[in-house]
Design a protein around this ligand. Structure first.
Ligand code: ZN
Length: 471
């Protein structure tokens, strides 16, 4: 029998253990944790009936830079006579990074987090590298900008792993770039002290696991080996998740070979940096040997297919990673689109286009479906990668979930067996009706309480940033 403080939900279909069931209610206590699943008549009568709804574990966005939301769709043209690439896009991104005030960074983050929540995302790993003022001077509170991100996530209501990013230099044999002024912390001890200070702040202000800290050396090109060893050693000792951009572009592989005589993953392995708490973001340009090394250390690879296709990064060998047993998570990265299910389907679709085959990531023998495997990348693996407790509907885990409208035109007509496949391959964000974090509603009937205000303030920021007229 449900006690007074227990809440329950009864959808038409509930997704757990890799399948949808009907006639099961989910219950959570007042701390927001799942206490039980029940099929008894009395319990079903006590639960809130969610008509025409399927209920699924909240999506987890493993990799985001929220400030890049301001350049969405603003870079879709050619800037050079030769060819545009990741590196020319980066110029626009640096330009934006220099122009944003702390309040602007907060407004952009709040907008991105709102869109994530509306897409069914309940937790995000924010790879945060804006630390200082545009002239490189640290703020009086050296974590002032990180706190803008935390404030934005708190106001929207989604969980955030603040992956505090170390950035030291432009790259091997590269002159400093003025566009990176806000990222750079020259001394590792300062980075560690700042991270410790932020960690203490987060533990004091977010006791319920709404926010926590991770460490993210930006990339091999941006962090030299001695610094890298120091900050990863610190992160391991503190039990923080470690995230790093790895082999997004061929030029990074070349630079690593030039500086260290080894390819990126081999270099990280040789220096004892890989572990099960390490997530390699992108890992596109890697070879067989590097896949073996990632598998040996149970490293997670965070794929960001919508950004990777936008930037022309390349196609992740998700089939080879799956075959090696490497967990894959997903990230919205540049936030050119925010749709974890689109990322999940692109993981498969990109392979189809390059191999001219279908159902490439489909497991054999069929213990789990292709949709089930892709859905796992958008939930369970992402949660493990950023250190979130959700990702799965299970007793003891937080009640982080989203509901979809079964009558939505994109999935109408799905039956129980094909429902997850409909959701993974065809669902649009507009079919997401409710989003709950810790058993509390963040999105209700497809909307957030502060949606209008958040959107308008962001639109105002964009007008100011992009208007040709003085504002
Ligand atoms: Zn990134």
């Amino acid at each position: 029998m449900a006690d007074d403080k227990e809440r329950g939900w009864l959808p038409d279909f509930l997704y757990r253990d890799g399948r949808f069931d009907s006639g099961i209610a989910l219950f959570a206590d007042d701390s927001g944790r799942i206490t039980r699943f029940s099929e008894t008549e009395a319990d079903l009568a006590n639960a809130q009936r969610l008509y025409n709804r399927a209920l699924l574990p909240g999506l987890v966005n493993g990799h985001s830079h929220t400030f890049q939301r301001v350049i969405r769709a603003r870079t879709e043209y050619r800037t050079t006579a030769v060819k545009d690439t990741f590196w020319t896009w980066r110029e626009s991104m640096y330009h934006a990074a220099l122009r944003l005030s702390p309040e602007d960074i907060y407004i952009a983050a709040r907008m991105a987090f709102l869109e994530m929540a509306l897409a069914g995302i309940t937790a995000v790993g924010e790879f945060h590298y804006l630390h200082h003022a545009a002239d490189r001077t640290p703020y009086e509170d050296r974590n002032f900008l990180a706190k803008q991100i935390l404030r934005a996530a708190d106001e929207v209501g989604i969980r955030v792993a603040l992956l505090r990013t170390a950035y030291v230099r432009a790259g091997w044999r590269k002159e400093p770039e003025p566009g990176q002024a806000r990222f750079i912390t020259p001394r590792p001890q300062d980075f560690i002290d700042d991270t410790d200070t932020l960690d203490a702040f987060v533990r004091k202000t977010s006791p319920t696991g709404r926010a926590w800290i991770g460490v993210a050396p930006h990339s091999i090109r941006a962090v030299p080996l001695d610094y890298l060893l120091e900050v990863t050693g610190y992160a391991r000792a503190r039990g923080f998740p470690i995230h790093m951009h790895v082999a997004e572009q061929p030029a990074e592989v070349e630079a690593c070979l030039g500086e260290y005589g080894a390819r990126p993953v081999a270099f990280l392995d040789q220096n004892g940096i890989l572990s099960s708490s390490f997530t390699a973001v992108h890992a596109i340009h890697i070879n067989e040997d590097e896949i073996t090394r990632l598998a040996r250390h149970q490293v997670t690879v965070c794929a960001c297919p919508t950004t990777e296709r936008n930037l022309g990064d390349g196609i992740l060998a998700a089939d080879a990673l799956e075959a090696a047993g490497i967990p894959i998570s997903l990230g919205s990265d540049s936030n050119v689109q925010i749709d974890s299910l689109e990322d999940a389907r692109q993981l498969e679709y990109n392979l189809r286009l390059s191999k001219r085959e279908r159902a490439i990531l489909s497991p054999t023998p069929e213990r789990e479906s292709l949709a089930g495997r892709l859905f796992k990348t958008a939930t369970e693996t992402g949660a493990a990668s950023i250190g979130a407790e959700g990702g799965k509907l299970e007793v003891g885990r937080p009640a982080d979930f989203f509901t979809v409208d079964l009558n939505d035109v994109a999935i109408a007509g799905a039956d129980r067996e094909s429902l997850l496949s409909h959701i993974v391959f065809a669902l649009q964000r507009t079919a997401v009706r409710g989003v709950f974090v810790n058993g509390e509603p963040v999105i209700e009937e497809g909307h957030h309480t502060h949606e209008e205000q958040i959107t308008q303030e962001f639109a105002k920021l964009q007008r100011r940033l992009w208007s040709k007229l003085p504002s």
